[in-house]
Design a protein around this ligand. Sequence first.
Ligand code: PEP
Ligand code: MG
Length: 403
Amino acid sequence: MTLIESVSLRRVLDSRGNPTVEADVLTQSGGFGRAAAPSGASTGEYEAIELPAKEAIAMAREHAVPRLERSVHAGNQRDVDAALHAADGTDDFSEIGANSAVAISMAASKAGADVLGAPLFQHLGGTFRDADRSFPVPLGNVVGGGEHAAEATHIQEFLAAPVGAPSVAEAVFANADVHAEVAEILADRGVAAAKGDEGAWAPAVSDAEAFEIVDEATSRVEEALGFEIKFGLDVAASELYDADAGVYRYGDAERTSAEQVEYMAELVDDYDLAYVEDPLDEDDYDGFAELTDRVGDRTLICGDDLFVTNVERLSRGIDEGAANSILIKPNQIGTLSDAFDAVELAQRNGLDAVVSHRSGETEDTTIAHLAVATDASFIKTGTVGGERTAKLNELIRIAEEAV
Ligand SMILES: C=C(OP(=O)(O)O)C(=O)O
Ligand SMILES: [Mg+2]
């Protein structure tokens, strides 16, 4: 019923104005799915390879599309993704591009769901998904810099975490309120701010001042709404790490690895942080393990560039106690099956899964469904901006549909 009839690929724009790959999958029974690849700026060294969109499309047309059309069922995600791997033949999708692979993988999942007449989260989560399970808490990027904005904070993302929100919708609106509150505080302080790639405010303030501002903004909104709103960070520390000198550079200031662990542990306690992503360099399993040992009982230490949604890197992290959560970005690994494998391995070992967007995004909403289907604890998908609200609004709809 879900035999793939055709796979079409085209270039579309992402939110940074760069070309990206969009895939349409049509089944013989008329099921249809469309999805587009996102794109990172602070990409991990060990991610699957994104090719220039034109090249990725040409290679996928030559190698992957003939293996899929009239051969593979869109309803069998494992078969679709195995065909993509077989077409590519490498272990990092450097032949057809992880951008082509992930667009086709996600589009096929939607075509499979369409044939069944099921919402995507249900198709992906399966019949055993417990309808009473809680929904992912949206992490809302409200202040940021790093690779996502010039002349702003060194820490890449300050993320509102409305952990006490009674519903997904209230959490989504709370993050928007924090974003607006940050704007007011910046205006009061006479600080002008544009927005970075993900729609977060990108003021030219020190990291210390950003902590003050976000702490104040979350407290004010917490008080107004009457439920707990914490905040967290994506330090994206690999971008700060100078491997030759063995130090983390925060502008003119620097920290050794031991000082970085100390600094992160202090921040967790000073600000009661709910979440700290990539606090150390992507090769520093030991530093991650030390920090997790110190503060992992009271916050999530999440591996993004550390794990790159890759089960091998995650297995090592589990063995070494390097983190207590993993960021899941399907385009880091290339297929939904690989992303699911990473989630399953993590959850079986007591780690939380956090499903995430990329800084370059489209209107695609697959990750909202993925987060619900996998029972992820958090979803990181921005706060404002059409490509971000596409996912947040979809989450609100899913929550309505899933009751
Ligand atoms: C979303 C992120 O940024 P990018 O997509 O640039 O890697 C991140 O680092 O978590
Ligand atoms: Mg990150």
